[in-house]
Design a protein. Structure first.
Ligand code: NZQ
Ligand code: ZN
Length: 392
């Protein structure tokens, strides 16, 4: 293990069917002015809204609700939230939803007491906050991003056609607590469920397909991937299987709570390509990743050949006997692709509404250059072009 690092993750997790019982005790630690943030209304249909408001009422909190936080939250929506929270003098931000709502809460947290424009400060100059932070808590309803236990936030600037993420260094930006009840995810449509599953898988791949040193993290990645593949196959057939859904939820959290990146290089190329595609299509995050993954991984296969062969054998049980490393590695990607098709993931960008005239903006919006292979802008364009019409 070559890297030097420090590790601290202060988010307290409550996991399981009774996890919401801890909300009361957690909220009692903070001030009375609570901003309750949620999305387009799924929480009103599945009982999550009622469960939360019951606790807020019992504690007599002074609550404002900020609803309509859209998937891939926009800068305009952020400005609206900051203004509302300033007027309300919010003491605590309670997010109920998926990555979009959790990220949104973190962005208000770092912006409410900051005089500068949050886009310029955090997503152009990538500065750390130097103002008071508003604490965040999360009730998770959609599994995938890991936002419930990390310090990242992603925003879409529709005018600039850019979707940018900031991985904040300050761990105080991580949620103070997150409530993880796998049953809350049962109402997710299949499309969102598998989109989230692929997001998890991609988070692990981004941290796995990089570096050459023998590293404990890679072994953890392989275990998480095997568990996810197993549970996803069960959930794909029966979305109400608690055991599978709970394993998926737990894997998602560990896939992106900063553990896996410790002490090793990371890649994040699939996310960079996917985010650039997301900026112009507003498609579901996980599907933007699935649509570019095969073209990208096939393109860099030879650059990371040894790791791709290891992936084939340890994650997909490819039998390497009598085969070249390249054959083994390719079989691994084939097995991964079969699994992606089995789940019903979107495998090309056209299906997400991307058109050829969007490619210039996508190339411009791709800010990362890779790990095993440092890509040129022309190579990035080529990968987008292949992703437009890719078929298995
Ligand atoms: O808005 P509502 O009505 O709640 O519907 C949502 C939304 O339409 C629905 N949903 C959520 N829970 C549900 C449900 N529907 C039925 N039952 C439930 N229990 O699902 C839709 C998608 O929700 P969203 O929060 O947008 O999905 P996700 O969790 O994938 O978050 C995506 C955002 O997170 C960012 C993405 O870029 C994107 O902006 N990411 C954040 C990361 C982080 N903080 O570390 C890392 C990720 O790589 C990612 O970039
Ligand atoms: Zn992701």
């Amino acid at each position: 293990m070559l890297g030097n690092f420090s590790y601290c993750n202060p988010t307290k997790l409550y996991f399981g069917k009774d996890a919401i019982d801890s909300l009361s005790e957690e909220l009692a630690k903070y001030g009375d002015n609570i901003a309750f943030l949620y999305g387009g209304g799924s929480i009103k249909k599945n009982g999550v809204y009622d469960a939360i408001t019951k606790v807020l009422r019992a504690q007599n909190k002074n609550v404002i609700e900020i609803s309509g936080v859209m998937p891939n939250p926009t800068l305009d929506k952020l400005y609206e939230g900051i203004e509302a929270c300033r007027a309300h003098k919010t003491d605590f931000l309670l997010a109920a939803g998926g990555g979009s709502v959790c990220d949104y809460a973190k962005m208000i947290s770092v912006s409410m007491h900051c005089e500068e424009d949050p886009w310029d400060k955090y997503f152009v100059r990538f500065e750390e906050p130097d103002c008071k932070l508003v604490p965040v808590g999360c009730v998770l309803t959609m599994v995938g991003t890991g936002s419930e236990m990390n310090s990242s936030a992603v925003i879409t600037n529709t005018k600039e056609k850019l979707k940018m993420g900031h991985v904040f260094v300050d761990e105080n930006i991580m949620p103070k607590f997150s409530i993880l009840n796998p049953e809350y995810t049962f109402t997710l449509p299949h499309y969102q469920m598998v989109s989230g599953i692929y997001d998890i898988f991609s988070h692990i791949c981004e941290q796995y397909f990089s570096g050459e040193d023998d590293n404990t993290t890679d072994y953890i990645c392989e275990g998480l991937m095997r568990s996810l593949i197993h549970a996803s196959r069960i959930a794909n057939k029966d979305s109400q299987d608690y055991e599978a859904r709970s394993n998926i939820m737990w894997t998602a959290t560990w896939a992106l709570n900063t553990l896996l990146k410790k002490g090793k290089d990371t890649d994040w190329m699939v996310h960079s390509l996917g985010q650039a595609a997301g900026a112009v299509t507003d498609a579901a995050h996980g599907m933007t990743l699935s649509a570019v993954s095969m073209p990208y991984y096939k393109y860099i296969l030879e650059d990371g050949l040894h790791k791709f062969a290891r992936f084939a054998k340890t994650v997909w049980d490819v039998n390497g006997e009598g085969k070249t490393e390249k054959e083994i590695a390719s079989e691994g990607l084939d097995a991964m692709e079969d699994w992606m098709n089995e789940l019903g993931l979107v495998m090309n960008l056209s299906e997400l509404g991307a058109t050829w005239d969007m490619i210039d903006d996508m190339v411009k919006g791709t800010r990362v250059r890779g790990s095993y292979r440092i890509l040129t802008a022309d190579e990035i364009r080529k990968i987008f072009e292949t992703s437009m019409t890719y078929t298995s």
